[in-house]
Design a protein around this ligand. Structure first.
Ligand code: ADP
Ligand code: MG
Length: 627
């Protein structure tokens, strides 16, 4: 429990006890009205002092119409009512209402703390300590004190504290907290390890590649913690609703207090009765249940999705996911593994080894999956050759100067751009052409595998209301056609530059059905601009670049396209809960408001209904967290 809430609990108990004392004393003795007021004012101020102060502060800022204000006016009115000639005093009621309002607030804080705790607990990925090798000894320090390039040691059972690359040892890692994937991942020398995973079997030594604040665990926690800042439409609706609703309620209450007694012709006899009804009306009209439970539902929904390895950066994206109509996929790294293998080498004027050598050198700094495969195919890449003036052309390839000669490595678009005639290949796959000082020296064929769950993912999307799926790729049309038919996307467009992908997505957005959203799913290599342009940009996490994780609105941590359908389901559930709460609490409010208007509801009933509805709505909201 937070300190603030502990204080509140103490105040509630003290105020309740003093209320009982005040009731007993006022029954046993024969106090004057003002003496009785002083007696009840003590528990009233203990319980409601903070609320009164806040309402007064907001009043001075010109921002008066929220639940603190409503409760303050209603209870002050109840305290004053006894001084009207002919009216019964309502001191205990006033204190009780204030007290119950505090109990409601207390409960709300508890529920919020609890869902926050359960999210952070389930995402228990923040490492507390790290073992680092310094001056020949291994010492335990706070992970934030470790710098890039240092060597850390991770024993079995320990959490990986920072992102790094394994330099000694082999083991398997439990990645469930990060990806929702329960099958352990085998790890050996040279593999990247992500902070937040748990080392299961062997001792690992790793070189740190990212500082603590940029490591995966910190990034994810930051993401989830900040997600509540991106408000959904339902949430902003609640804020706007309260802005219009509360003034209307206040005006109605004033009318209710004054109009009927005025019309009755006997104002002084009727006023006290109608004032009481108006005050009851004010209490009932408090929008607490909505104001509290809707954001809590979204908070839970984001937490629940995170537990399944789906990071949603805000509740507005949860809402967009629930309305998904069109899904556009990138090919490489999204529907395919993005792990290419060299399947053929066809040199023209130089020998095979030389061709691979040139290609690998030019790709020295590229992170593109094609580049990675070319470097792997030529193991001695890091030799003493000079590689300068490297220029990567997105969607085409890379140009560089190798030992003083200009070498271009890329697809047919690149060859055409530099005016080098190229030869086609009868082999299936992505063709990487190579030119040396403007002369064509041959090509290398690389190919990729389709992800195991890609076809299933497309099917699941259709089952969840997605009406159109499209694949966009910079690759050749024949490779694209094959992947498209194998995974079952409705349409595909090939040989696109990154800018073409943006315009394709814009066209699709313009043509999509009303009220439905469009998602782009990519790995972030060459597609960050499209991720930003779509209604929901979805990045494949572990393989994807940092740029993609920054640009995306949703990150699928385990790179599985099938997680998209899981995300849609979670989003729908959250929105359903929000809707139930809205209907239920507005329904009960309207009912009690009507009763209050006709004098059938007491102040006690009003505050019980208000807090009761809130408690039920909050409990309903916590369901969003559960899978
Ligand atoms: P996709 O749309 O399938 O993700 P990209 O836009 O990343 O593909 O790249 C499109 C094409 O451009 C690739 O299929 C490849 O032929 C070529 N290409 C891009 N980057 C490189 C590179 N670094 N080396 C060689 N070829 C590249
Ligand atoms: Mg790509």
């Amino acid at each position: 429990m937070e300190k603030e809430n502990k204080e509140r609990l103490v105040k509630i108990i003290a105020s309740a006890a003093l209320l009982v004392v005040a009731v007993v004393v006022s029954k046993l003795t024969n106090l004057k009205m003002w003496q009785e007021l002083l007696l009840f004012l003590v528990p009233y101020l203990i319980a409601g002092g903070e609320t009164l102060k806040e309402a007064a502060e907001k009043l001075l800022e010109g921002e008066l119409l929220d639940e603190d204000f409503l409760m303050s006016v209603a209870t002050l009115g109840a305290l004053a009512i006894g001084f009207i000639p002919g009216a019964e005093s309502q001191f205990p009621e006033a204190v009780f209402v204030m007290l119950f309002f505090q109990i409601g607030e207390f409960f709300e804080d508890m529920a919020e703390d609890k869902s926050r705790d359960s999210i952070t607990e389930l995402m228990d990925i923040r490492p507390d300590t790290a073992s680092v090798e310094r001056d020949g000894a291994t010492i335990v320090v706070n992970p934030s004190e470790i710098t890039v390039g240092e060597t850390i040691v991770i024993k079995p059972g320990e959490k990986v504290p920072l992102d790094g690359v394994v330099i000694e040892g082999s083991s398997s890692l439990d990645t469930v907290a990060l990806t929702g994937e329960s099958v352990p991942r085998g790890i050996a020398v040279g593999d990247n390890i992500l902070s937040g995973c748990v080392n299961l079997s062997g001792v690992l030594r790793a070189r740190v590649t990212k500082p603590f604040t940029e490591s995966t665990a910190s990034k994810i926690l930051e993401l989830v913690e900040n997600a509540s800042e991106n408000k959904s439409k339902s949430e902003s609706f609640i804020t706007r609703f309260a802005k219009v609703y509360t003034p209307i309620v206040v005006v109605l209450a004033v009318l209710l207090a004054f109009l009927p007694p005025l019309l009755s012709g006997n104002f002084s006899a009727e006023f006290a009765k109608w004032l009481y009804r108006a005050l009851t009306f004010l209490i009932v009209s408090c929008p607490c249940a909505l104001v509290i439970s809707i954001p809590l539902a979204f908070f839970g929904g984001i937490g629940g999705a995170a537990r399944k390895g789906i990071l949603v950066k805000g509740s507005n994206y949860l809402e967009a996911l629930a309305r998904l109509g069109t899904v556009v996929f990138d090919k490489t790294g999204t529907l395919t593994e993005g792990v290419f293998e060299v399947t053929a080498v066809h040199p023209e004027t130089i020998d095979e080894k030389e061709l691979l050598h040139l290609a690998a050198h030019v790709e020295r700094y590229s992170t593109h999956p094609v580049a990675v495969s070319l470097r792997l195919a030529y193991p001695d890449e890091a030799d003493s050759c000079s590689v300068e003036d490297v220029e990567e052309v997105a969607g085409q390839g890379v140009k560089a100067r190798v030992n003083g000669k200009t070498v271009c490595v890329g697809n047919s678009k690149m060859m055409e751009a530099i005016g080098v005639p190229w030869k086609d290949c009868e082999k299936k796959g992505t063709i990487v052409h190579v030119s040396l000082d403007g002369e064509y020296v041959g090509h290398i064929v690389v190919s990729d595998r389709i992800k195991a769950d890609a076809a299933e993912a497309l099917k699941a999307l259709k089952e969840n209301g997605v009406t159109k799926t499209v694949m966009l790729t910079g690759d050749k049309a024949d490779v694209a056609a094959e992947v498209a038919s194998e995974v079952g996307v409705d349409e595909f467009r090939a040989e696109l530059l990154p800018a073409d992908k943006v315009s394709e997505v814009e066209k699709l957005i313009a043509g999509k059905p009303d009220g439905r959203s469009l998602a782009f799913v990519g790995d972030g290599i060459n597609d960050a601009p499209v991720l930003a342009r779509a209604d929901v940009g979805i990045a494949m996490g572990a393989l994807g670049s940092d740029a993609a994780i920054e640009a995306a609105d949703v990150v699928l941590m385990d790179d599985k396209p099938s997680k998209l359908a899981t995300g849609i389901k979670a989003a729908r559930k959250t929105l359903g809960i929000a809707r139930q709460n809205t209907v239920f609490s507005i329904g009960v409010k309207v009912l009690v408001l009507l009763l209050a208007m006709f004098g059938l509801a007491t102040m006690w009933m009003a505050v019980l209904a208000d807090v009761g509805v809130m408690v039920l709505a909050v409990l309903n909201s916590t369901r969003a967290l559960k899978a």
